[in-house]
Design a protein around this ligand. Structure first.
Ligand code: NAP
Ligand code: FE
Length: 366
């Protein structure tokens, strides 16, 4: 058997885990840059919990709270300039995938001079600061991945910086911060995690380790479907979602994502559809397509879901997402042309052509 698996991030989980693991933060440096979105870290208690622990550790910090959803290249260069001025020596990210991904790019740009045109080229030095991540959505798994996904206006899509330098040092998983997360964002992010694990199993780079993590993650996420439908989201359910999305992050850190994410990026870039929702809108049609090419693979995935058929599984995802957006013919042609350029397309055990991607959009948005 051949295996190539890496997961260097230390994960601690549980209510009040920042406080109960204060020593992990104490070891990281003397002054932190705390990267957050505009509001949620302040309102859900995570920022206060973090700053209290830093103060009791005798550490100082500066807060950069300007991260928008789907962070831009301008935003991470601005954040890095701020970090340099503040003379910080470690980085803390608190928030959903957007602040977490932005914090990784800010870290890289604080330590290394990288011109904008070289940001996504993949040749970086070795300098990086330690990072502590606190996910406050349960979806992206960014707390355990080496990816920073940014809005790339030049290419009119989302593009990732991918380097092992960007694995966070420590991830603190506390589901209590999610108790006020809206049902819509909870569903969209859960569907992102589901898509990560399913795409991980469809990936050409899938291994026994990644499949084992993905299978557990899919089965946990599917066990939450009823709670997601009714909105009965207890702390216990929030913990299951958070744990499953972390497992899904560990999957894609090793397998990457597939054409589903590539197709979703245009929906986000051009139509402002939330990232997880964008994946969920195209995932069912892709699974039906793969079933015609590799039924044993789909059967293996299906066995983890508890659903009897791929159609039933897809219908459940569709039910969670509600009414679909309408796409024009011209949009579908444009988006197919963009998606086929993504390297994710070739990362799948079933590679699709541009006309096939167009058919997938048509089936998804008929
Ligand atoms: P997000 O853009 O980080 O956050 C969505 C919204 O939820 C924001 O308005 C945010 O408010 C709010 N929010 C976050 N936590 C909250 C909480 N606990 N309570 C209440 N509101 C809360 O959304 P996301 O889906 O988590 O992340 C999407 C991004 O992650 C995309 O850019 C996507 O490309 C990327 N992604 C990265 C990876 C990876 O491996 N690195 C994988 C998948 C996706 P504030 O702005 O006020 O915080
Ligand atoms: Fe994703």
């Amino acid at each position: 058997m051949k295996l190539n698996y890496l997961m260097p991030t230390k994960v601690v989980m549980g209510v009040d885990c920042i406080k109960s693991n204060a020593d992990l933060l104490a070891a990281m440096g003397s002054k932190a840059l705390i990267v957050t979105g505009k509001h949620s870290a302040k309102s859900n208690g995570s920022l206060d919990d973090m700053t209290e622990v830093l103060k009791s550790n005798g550490q100082t910090f500066s807060v950069y709270d300007k991260i928008m959803s789907n962070p831009t290249i301008d935003c991470v260069y601005d954040g890095a300039n701020f970090a340099k001025q503040e003379k910080i020596d470690f980085i803390i990210a608190i928030g959903g995938g957007s602040p977490m991904d932005a914090a990784k790019a800010i870290n890289l740009l604080t330590c290394q001079d990288i011109p904008r045109e070289e940001l996504f080229l993949g040749s970086y030095g070795s300098e990086i600061l330690p990072m502590a991540f606190v996910p406050t959505t349960a979806g992206t798994g960014s707390e355990v991945t080496q990816y920073s996904i940014l809005t790339n206006d030049k290419a009119e899509t989302k593009t990732s910086i991918a380097t092992p330098l960007l694995f966070p040092t420590v991830a603190f998983l506390d589901a209590k911060y999610m108790m006020g997360l809206s049902l819509t964002t909870t569903i969209n992010t859960a569907v992102d995690a589901l898509s990560h694990s399913v795409e991980g199993m469809l990936s050409a780079r899938a291994s026994d380790v990644s499949d084992t993590l993905a299978a557990r993650s899919i089965s946990l996420l599917c066990s939450c479907f009823d709670a997601l439908k009714t909105g009965a989201l207890s702390l216990e359910i929030r913990e299951v979602l958070l744990y499953a999305s972390m497992l899904a992050g560990m999957v894609i850190a090793n397998t990457g994502t597939t054409v589903v994410h590539a197709m979703g990026y245009s929906l986000t870039y051009f139509r402002d559809v939330d990232h997880g929702r964008a994946n969920g809108l195209v995932l069912p049609a892709f699974l039906e397509f793969v079933q015609t090419k590799n039924k044993p693979l789909i059967d293996k995935i299906l066995a983890t879901t508890g659903f009897a058929s791929v159609t039933e599984f897809g219908n459940q995802i569709t039910l969670l997402l509600g009414e679909r957006e309408h796409l024009s013919k011209e949009e579908m042609v444009l988006f197919s042309g963009k998606a086929v350029l993504s390297k994710n397309v070739h990362n799948c055990s079933v590679v699709v052509s541009e006309p096939e991607i167009l058919t997938l959009y048509q089936k998804s948005f008929a």
